[in-house]
Design a binder for this molecule. Structure first.
Ligand code: FES
Length: 653
């Protein structure tokens, strides 16, 4: 008679196996995704499965009650000590006795689908570069003397099929103690190299380590640094934090930081030290917030523009300040945390920095491509990542172009009179009634006094501290729509606009959004200077988009994705009223949140994504805005709101 048939769900993978085959090894042979940290020793419980009994006409099998072996002593001991959920078995202990249908629950799948890419339906599977392996190491023997590390390496080869292994000197100093404390059984955090180099032992713990492993995905922007602490087993973000890039004191935008480095001996090193210190603060805060030991953070992925990239690495960015804008290296980087002075995480943690596309188009643009996949799009998509330096990608399956555009920090709330980072107290959304010209807001972290739609009348608002990037974009667009602002960007007087909120300010006017000065609170206005800063920023963004469209030889794009590092999503309608982006049907404009940050998380959670982006980046064509004469022309024409000459038929609909 035939061997029993084993069918796994949800994968549907099936095969015949001799009676007595452990379920875990049947899964391995069929390529079914079933986890194991202890390698089948019955102690990690990662291999849990749920057998199903009865008739399965769809699969043509009948599963008898004794299709799997009865509980053995190991499984019984696990259940007594830890308890298995009803119906669950340990896949490494239960063996096949007859035809059986076996369900692998999501938490037992190594490659759980977690990071969902914004624009596509493709989810990213968990397959981080570092994972845990439990090993039994042979005890030392005077008669055949070998070192503890050599015996650990041999055990990894035999029990996990890991060939070449490297270990830092700092690991050696704890190895002997941990091996003895664990009674020759240890859990190893093993880092794999997707380029095929040696695996590396990052850390080890006595016995079975159940504290998990964590990684940081960091979007290192010129104005804001955003970091997500991620569980490397589940992919869940367990804590997030952001802070202002302390390099701002050396210059608000990239070029002023490059000039600082040029003019001041030791200036680049000063900026490097400042950002590294901030990264350590951020990592420390996140570990505290999540209540985990800092040494459990074993991976860090960075996305950043080329100037931030060089300053993080300690490379003087002077070459990026002048044509031909040569990078020290455009390749993806694999480093140890110590090389970047990251002392607030595991000292042996690995750092991965995504590749740069070219001199002005960095790893942040690569991360956006990883998250939004223009290279896999059938229609022509324009992706705009709004920040102090905007990254733009235009393309489809056949060709992808990229450029960056120096928008300045206005879109992140900097250079704005009442501007602030997207944090509690910041006005993030604005509505202005076109008749009464009275504003309503939505404020981050203040929902006490909000209406059903989350908006509140200006008079009711309390706890407001300023306005963030998405707020100022909406405020300017709403002012234009309410007739408080003309197409050239000039704020009208109270007489012209019919609103007492139009206040004289020197020779110009300002619009009063919120006044709590009577209670000692802030007085928040949108000044003529704010409007000019937004106009400059949006013209630079629009000019970059037009330059890519010229290069591609198109007048229109099929769809637009707006991304940005700010907390809130950018309102697509307001972005179009402002003329930040070219005209397109509004339903074809989507907001993707922080796409660069999503790209960083994907690279953190999936090792294959690193190889993928390294390949994709080589195929992206870079367009240089700094030297294109057309850029200036597009820039000037884009100064009006929404635009001096380009039609916006979709807006008129
Ligand atoms: Fe660890 Fe089964 S593989 S308990």
């Amino acid at each position: 008679s035939q061997d029993p048939l084993v069918i796994f769900t949800p994968s549907g993978k099936r095969g015949r196996f001799p009676v007595g085959t452990p379920v875990l090894s049947a899964a391995r042979q069929l390529g079914v995704d079933l986890d194991s940290v202890c390698g089948g020793r019955g102690i990690c419980s990662k291999c849990q499965i749920t057998p199903a009994y009865g008739e399965f006409p769809k699969h043509g099998v009948h599963v008898a009650e004794d299709a799997l072996s009865a509980w053995n002593a190991v499984e019984q001991r696990y259940d007594d000590k830890r308890g298995l959920k009803p119906g669950r078995r340990l896949g490494c202990q239960a063996t096949v006795q007859g035809d059986v249908v076996i369900d692998v629950p999501p938490e037992s799948q190594v490659h759980r689908q977690v990071v969902r890419k914004a624009a596509s339906t493709r989810a990213v599977a968990m397959d981080p570069a570092t994972r845990l392996c439990l090993v039994d190491v042979e005890e030392p023997d005077m008669h055949s003397p070998t070192g503890d590390l050599e015996r650990l390496e041999r055990a990894l080869k035999e029990q996990w099929d890991i060939d070449a292994v490297e270990a830092d000197l700092s690991l050696l100093s704890k190895l002997q103690k941990v091996l003895r404390k664990g009674g020759w059984q240890v859990t190893v955090a093993l880092h794999r190299d997707h380029r095929g180099g040696s695996a590396r032992i990052l850390d080890l713990w006595p016995g079975l380590h159940e504290g998990g492993l964590f990684g940081l995905a960091i979007d290192l922007g010129s104005t804001t640094i955003a970091a997500h602490l991620t569980d490397l087993e589940t992919g869940a973000v367990i804590a997030s934090a952001g802070l202002m890039n302390p390099q701002i004191r050396f210059g608000e935008d990239l070029m002023s930081r490059v000039s600082y480095a040029m003019m001041n001996p030791g200036g680049a090193a000063e900026m490097t030290a400042a950002v590294r210190a901030a990264l350590n603060d951020l990592a420390g805060d996140l570990a505290t917030q999540a209540k985990i030991a800092p040494e459990l953070i074993v991976e860090t992925v960075f996305v950043c523009n080329p100037v931030m990239h060089h300053l993080l690495l300690g490379v003087d960015p002077v070459e990026l300040g002048q044509a031909p804008f040569a990078l020290a290296t455009a390749e993806a980087l694999h480093l140890g945390a110590a090389a970047l002075d990251l002392t607030a995480i595991n000292p042996r943690a690995r750092v991965y920095i995504l590749p740069c596309i070219a001199g002005h188009v960095g790893a942040d643009a690569a991360a956006v491509a990883l998250a939004e996949e223009p290279q896999n799009s059938d229609d022509l998509v324009l992706i705009v990542d709004v920040g102090t330096n905007a990254e733009l990608l235009l393309g489809n399956r056949s060709r992808v172009l990229a450029c960056s555009s120096p928008t300045g920090p206005a879109f992140e709330g900097a250079q704005i009179s009442a501007g602030q980072r997207a944090a509690p107290g910041a006005i993030e959304r604005v509505e202005i009634d076109p008749v009464s010209k009275e504003p309503r807001f939505r404020v981050i972290g203040c929902d006490l006094w909000s209406n059903e739609d989350g908006f509140a009348e200006a008079t009711a608002a309390t706890g407001i501290t300023g306005i963030c990037g998405s707020g100022i974009i909406e405020a300017v667009a709403e002012m234009r729509m309410a007739g408080l602002l003309d197409a050239s960007g000039l704020i009208g007087s109270a007489e012209q606009t019919g609103s007492p909120r139009s206040l004289p300010e020197g020779r110009t006017h300002a619009y009063l959004l919120h006044d709590a000065s009577a209670e000692g609170g802030p007085r928040i206005t949108v000044t003529q200077g704010d409007i000019r800063a937004i106009q400059l920023a949006k013209s630079a963004l629009y000019a970059g988009a037009r330059l890519l469209m010229d290069e591609m030889g198109v007048e229109r794009v099929d769809r637009i994705v707006l991304a940005g590092a700010f907390g809130a999503h950018i309102s697509t309608r307001h972005a179009m009223v402002l003329g930040m982006i070219p005209d397109a049907p509004l339903e074809k404009v989507t907001s993707a949140g922080n796409a660069a940050g999503t790209g960083a998380r994907i690279a953190l959670c999936n090792i294959a994504a690193r190889a993928e982006i390294e390949r994709v980046v080589r195929q992206i064509t870079k367009v240089e805005t700094a030297i294109a004469p057309k850029f200036q022309e597009h820039f000037v024409a884009a100064n009006a709101i929404p635009h001096f000459s380009d039609p916006f038929p979709e807006l008129a609909r």
